[in-house]
Design a protein around this ligand. Structure first.
Ligand SMILES: Nc1ncnc2c1ncn2[C@@H]1O[C@H](COP(=O)(O)OP(=O)(O)OP(=O)(O)O)[C@@H](O)[C@H]1O
Ligand SMILES: [Mg+2]
Length: 250
């Protein structure tokens, strides 16, 4: 890694040393046909850690997320979740091993109800009932559980997409640009929600982002992806915001 910071602060969980990574991505390459888009990504995410992967449009954020989920095939390299190699598994099997995904644009089933949307996330758990704690986390979804997904606001749909992902009881939650198209006050609320999810469930979170203030709010560590390679890494406590902002400016 280009820059490894060592300082810690009380708000950074004790994640940087020792513990086996919850998600380990090693020398990951992915391509669309002949065109390689990820050129050897290495990221370790500790238990309970929130990592933001920042980068401009077209830099490879969604490709990374999709490759982790098995939607884009891995060309070479490995992905392990809590010590289990998932590199060759199909998407649903990766979900069963503890990966969950909130896609860019949320991809809510617009004609299905809120409750039915969440139920689609339950398949790997063997349960058919939406756990009450999801509705406790997102009270607005309880209020609207009979409403069609397509009739929710953008912020409500984002909560629904997160609830659907959490329904599979993941160890690692991946979110692809969750703040896209969401207004600032709702973005702040989403930051609080993600930290609450991490604190209550102890899961690891990887979030791709272009909004630096959001990443500074939620992430323990910030990475920058450029043209399919990680070009910068810093702990939130040590971040040079101006330097990261330069990576993000066009
Ligand atoms: N299905 C595809 N087929 C071919 N090339 C693709 C495909 N999807 C993405 N790409 C290319 O891969 C590169 C990375 O795209 P990707 O969608 O991962 O970027 P991103 O960082 O998520 O961008 P954005 O912030 O706009 O969502 C881009 O050059 C893009 O054109
Ligand atoms: Mg994208």
């Amino acid at each position: 890694m280009l820059q490894t910071a060592t300082a810690s602060s009380s708000i950074v969980p004790p994640v940087m040393t020792g513990a086996r990574p919850m998600l380990a991505i090693s020398d990951l390459h992915a391509a669309y046909g002949q065109s390689e888009v990820l050129h050897g990504i290495d990221i370790n995410v500790a238990p309970g850690e929130i990592v933001a992967v920042m980068g401009r449009n077209g830099m490879g954020k969604s490709t990374l997320m999709k490759t982790l989920m098995g939607i884009v095939p891995t060309k070479s390299g490995t992905i392990t979740v809590d010590g289990t190699d998932v590199t060759t598994l199909k998407s649903h099997a990766r979900v069963a091993k503890g990966l969950a995904y909130v896609p860019q644009g949320r991809m809510i089933f617009s004609t299905m109800t809120v409750q039915e949307n969440i139920e689609t996330g339950l398949t790997v758990t063997g349960s058919r009932k939406v756990p009450q704690d999801l509705y406790t986390m997102f009270p607005v979804l309880l209020e609207m559980k009979g409403r069609r997904g397509g009739n929710l606001s953008g912020g409500q749909q984002q909560q629904l997409a997160i609830a659907r992902a959490l329904a599979s009881n993941p160890k690692v939650l991946l979110l692809d640009e969750p703040t896209e198209g969401i207004q600032p006050s709702i973005i702040r609320e989403m930051g609080r929600t993600l930290k609450k999810i991490r604190d209550e469930r102890g899961l690891s979170i990887v979030v791709s982002e272009q909004v630096l203030s959001f990443a500074m709010d939620v992430a323990d560590r910030v990475l920058v992806i450029e043209n399919g390679s990680i070009v910068h890494e810093s702990l939130r406590a040590d971040i040079d915001e101006a330097q990261v902002a330069r990576f993000l400016s066009v």
